[in-house]
Design a protein around this ligand. Structure first.
Ligand code: MIC
Ligand code: SF4
Length: 643
C-alpha cells in the first residue's frame, strides 16, 4: 500500500477504498480557528453532545485578532468558554497560527486531523492525514462522527536530488503548482516520496503540504522518518513519533518526478497561485510592500533565515516590510537569541503571531501597490486592496527584494545562510488553556454579535428561481464571501455578511437575490476554490440560494453547499453555460424525486423557461449526501437520523 492508503485503512469506518467512492474515516484530532470556529461550535452546541469524543481537539484564535470593535473579542470569549465546557483545548490569541502551533505541539504521525481551515494539510508534513473541511463537518467529528469523503486518487510525487542554495520548499510547491494548476489536485492526495525527501526538514515539508491546498488536493503527505523523529524530539515529543512510509511495491494513480536540483526561485504572479514565473524572468518590478509570515512560511527556520539576511542591513526606503512569526514559540526563540533585534534594526515592522496580512487583517497595501508575500493565496482583493498586485515568493526572495526595492533573486545576496534545526525548541504552552474537568459547571458567554445561523428546510416539490449571477472559472471563496478587516469581525453574524456575498463579482448581487427571494448561481470550473469557510454557503443560504449550477466544484465548497442543503449541480454539457443568461428563470420539476434518483451521476433536469429547453445537470453525490440534501442539510439530517 502507499502511505495514503495505510493512513486511510487504519481509520476506515465505512466504504471501500476505490477512488471516487464515498468512504468515511475516524477522526483522531480536530482544530478550529476563530473565523470558522464560532460557527463550528454553535453547530456543535446544536448537536447537544456534552464533551468532544476526539483524542485531542484544539480551538485556536489566530485570524481575527485586530479587535477593532467588541465583535472579535466577543467571539474569542465565546470560543474560550465553549471550549472549556466541552473538552477542547484553547490556544489564546498571541499563541500563533493554528497550523504552525499544531505542527509544533499537537500533531502526531499516523493520526487523522480534521480542521475547519483549508490549510490543515500542513500536518501532512509530519505524516498525518490532515484534511480541511467546513465547520459543520468538524463539529460532527468532534461529536465522534466519522468524516465522509470521496476516496481520493493518490498522486506520487517523487523528489530526487537536493535543492540548490537559495532555492526553498516554497519554490518546490510553486513548481508543483506550475505543473498541475489550481485544479490539478482535485480529488487527489499528493504523496511525497523519494531520496529528495530526506533532504527536507519538517518545516520545509510543512510548507509543501500546506500549499497543496492551492492545488485543490484533498491533502498532501510526507513519510514520517528520522527527520520527523528529530523534529518531535526537539519539541520534547519523542513519544509521539512512529515510523511511516509507503511499501516498496506500492502503486499509485498518478506519478510525477521532480528533480529538486533543477528548481530555481519562483514567483506566483497576480492573481492566482498557479500563475508561476521564474524570479529572473520578471525584470524591474518595483515593490511597495513585503509581508513575511502566514502558515506557509513562518517557522523558526524561516524566521532565522530572514533575520540572518536582514542583519546589519536596512530595508529599502520605499518598501514597508512587515513580519509575523508563526507562533509564540518562534517569536520567543527569536527574542531570546537576539535574531528579533536584527529584524527590528533592519526596519521591519513586527506583527503579532497570527494570520494578519494574509487574510487582509491589516497591512492592506496602497492603491495599485505591488506586494510581495510569503503567503499561499494571492487572489484579487484578498489583501484588502482590490487594485494591489500580490506576488507569492519564498522568505529568501522576499528579504532580497525588501532590501533592494525590486523583485530580486536572493542569490544576488551572495552565500546562502546556514540555519540549523534547533536540537530543542523552547517549550512553553502557557497560552494553551486546558478544558474544565467538569464542563457542566462552565457558563458559555455569548456576545451580541453572535446571531443565529440560517437553516434550510426540506426540498420542495418543484424548485423555481432566477439565474441571479453568472461567474467565470476558478471563482474563490474570497469572491463568494470576502474576508478582510471590515468583514471578518462578522463571521458569527451571517445576516450581516450576506449583504457582501459575491460582491467582488457583482456589487448588486445581494440586493438582487433578496428582491427575487432567492434563486440560482451560475458558475464555471472549480467554483469555490480556496478556503474552507462555510460562510460561502451560509451567506447564499441566507439570500435564498437554492442551487449553484457550475461546470465543476472545488471539494470543500461542494461539501459545504450540500451540508447546508444547497444543490451543487454540474452542467452535463458545458455549452449550456453559454446559453444561460442572468435573469433566466429555471424550474426543477419534482425536485425531490429527481434528487432521490440522482445517484452518482444520474441527471437532474433544469428547465430554462425562456426557451423551454431542458438542461441536463448532474449531482455527483453519494446516497448519504442525497439524503442530506433532501432533508435540507446536515444538521436536519443528523437530527432525523437520531430521532
Ligand atoms: C484562508 O486562508 O482563506 C482562511 C481565512 O484561513 C480560510 C478560513 C476562513 O475563511 O476562515 C481557509 O483557508 O479555510
Ligand atoms: Fe491564516 Fe493565511 Fe494560513 Fe489562512 S492561509 S490560516 S489566513 S495564515
Amino acid at each position: 500500500m502507499n502511505l495514503t492508503e495505510k493512513l486511510i485503512q487504519s481509520h476506515l469506518v465505512s466504504g471501500e477504498m476505490i477512488a471516487g467512492k464515498e468512504i468515511s474515516i475516524k477522526i483522531d484530532q480536530t482544530l478550529t480557528q476563530d473565523s470558522t470556529g464560532t460557527m463550528a461550535y454553535l453547530q456543535f452546541e446544536a448537536m447537544g453532545i456534552p464533551r468532544v469524543k476526539t483524542e485531542k481537539s484544539v480551538a485556536y484564535i489566530d485570524h481575527n485578532t485586530l479587535q477593532t470593535g467588541f465583535e472579535n473579542a466577543d467571539d474569542h470569549k465565546y470560543i474560550q468558554t465553549v471550549a472549556k465546557k466541552h473538552g477542547i483545548y484553547f490556544s489564546k490569541p498571541g499563541n500563533g497560527i493554528c497550523h504552525q502551533v499544531h505542527l509544533e505541539r499537537f500533531g502526531k504521525p499516523g493520526k487523522t486531523l480534521l480542521g475547519s481551515d483549508s490549510h490543515t494539510p500542513t500536518g501532512g508534513g509530519i505524516g498525518m492525514l490532515a484534511i480541511g473541511a467546513g465547520g459543520l463537518d468538524v463539529a460532527v467529528a468532534m461529536g465522534g462522527g466519522a468524516y465522509y469523503l470521496a476516496m481520493p486518487k493518490v498522486c506520487k510525487i517523487e523528489l530526487v536530488g537536493a535543492l540548490q542554495p537559495w532555492v526553498t520548499a516554497k519554490d518546490v510547491i510553486l513548481e508543483v503548482l506550475r505543473i498541475l494548476s489550481v485544479k490539478g489536485g482535485v480529488g487527489k492526495v499528493m504523496e511525497y516520496c523519494g531520496e529528495g525527501v530526506k533532504t527536507l526538514s519538517v518545516p520545509q515539508r510543512a510548507t509543501i503540504t500546506n500549499m497543496g491546498a492551492e492545488l485543490g488536493a484533498t491533502t498532501s503527505v510526507f513519510p514520517s522518518d528520522e527527520v520527523t523523529k528529530a523534529f518531535l524530539m526537539a519539541q520534547d515529543r519523542a513519544e509521539d513519533w512512529i515510523f511511516l512510509e509507503a511499501d516498496a511495491d506500492a502503486t499509485y494513480d498518478e506519478e510525477i518526478t521532480i528533480d529538486l536540483a533543477t528548481i530555481t526561485p519562483l514567483v506566483a504572479c497576480p492573481h492566482s497561485p498557479d500563475n508561476i514565473k521564474r524570479v529572473g524572468e520578471i525584470k524591474d518590478l518595483t515593490i511597495d510592500q513585503v509581508a513575511i509570515g502566514s502558515c506557509t512560511n513562518s517557522s523558526y527556520t524561516d524566521m532565522m533565515t530572514v533575520a540572518k539576511l536582514l542583519k546589519g542591513k536596512t530595508v529599502d526606503p520605499d518598501v514597508s516590510l512587515v513580519i509575523a512569526p508563526g507562533s509564540k514559540q518562534v517569536m520567543n526563540m527569536l527574542a531570546a537569541n537576539g535574531a528579533l533585534a536584527d529584524i527590528i534594526s533592519a526596519g521591519a515592522r513586527i506583527l503579532e503571531c497570527g494570520c494578519g496580512p494574509c487574510i487582509g487583517m491589516g497591512q492592506s497595501p496602497c492603491t495599485n501597490a505591488v506586494s510581495l508575500r510569503t503567503v499561499n493565496r494571492n487572489f484579487e482583493g484578498r489583501s484588502g486592496t482590490k487594485s494591489a498586485q500580490v506576488y507569492i515568493v519564498s522568505p529568501e526572495t522576499a528579504v532580497a527584494s525588501a532590501l533592494s526595492g525590486k523583485l530580486t533573486n536572493p542569490s544576488e545576496l551572495g552565500d546562502a545562510p546556514q540555519v540549523a534545526m534547533p536540537e530543542s525548541f523552547m517549550i512553553n504552552d502557557n497560552l494553551v488553556i486546558d478544558p474544565a474537568p467538569e464542563g457542566e459547571k462552565v457558563t458559555v458567554v455569548r456576545g451580541p454579535n453572535i446571531q443565529p445561523f440560517p437553516k434550510n428546510t426540506k426540498v420542495s416539490k418543484d424548485i423555481t428561481g432566477d439565474a441571479l449571477i453568472k461567474v467565470e472559472d476558478n471563482i474563490t471563496t474570497d469572491h463568494i464571501m470576502p474576508s478582510n478587516a471590515k468583514l471578518l469581525p462578522y463571521r458569527s453574524n451571517v445576516p450581516y455578511l450576506a449583504d457582501h456575498c459575491l460582491t467582488p463579482c457583482d456589487p448588486k448581487f445581494p440586493a438582487r437575490a433578496k428582491a427575487a427571494g432567492g434563486g440560482f448561481i451560475i458558475a464555471g470550473q472549480n467554483y469555490g476554490q480556496g478556503s474552507s469557510r462555510e460562510h460561502a454557503a451560509l451567506a447564499p443560504l441566507q439570500l435564498g440560494i437554492k442551487g449553484v449550477i457550475a461546470k465543476s466544484f472545488a471539494r470543500i465548497h461542494m461539501a459545504n453547499l450540500i451540508n447546508n442543503g444547497i444543490l451543487p449541480l454540474v452542467f452535463v454539457n458545458e455549452w449550456d453555460y453559454d446559453t444561460v443568461q442572468i435573469g433566466d428563470t429555471f424550474s426543477i420539476k419534482y425536485a425531490a424525486d429527481q434528487i432521490a434518483g440522482a445517484v452518482e451521476g444520474q441527471n437532474v433536469t433544469v428547465i430554462l423557461d425562456r426557451t423551454k429547453q431542458e438542461i441536463p445537470t448532474r449531482l455527483n453525490i453519494s446516497e448519504r449526501q442525497k439524503d442530506i440534501l433532501l432533508t435540507g442539510g446536515l444538521l436536519n439530517y443528523t437530527k432525523e437520523c437520531n430521532a
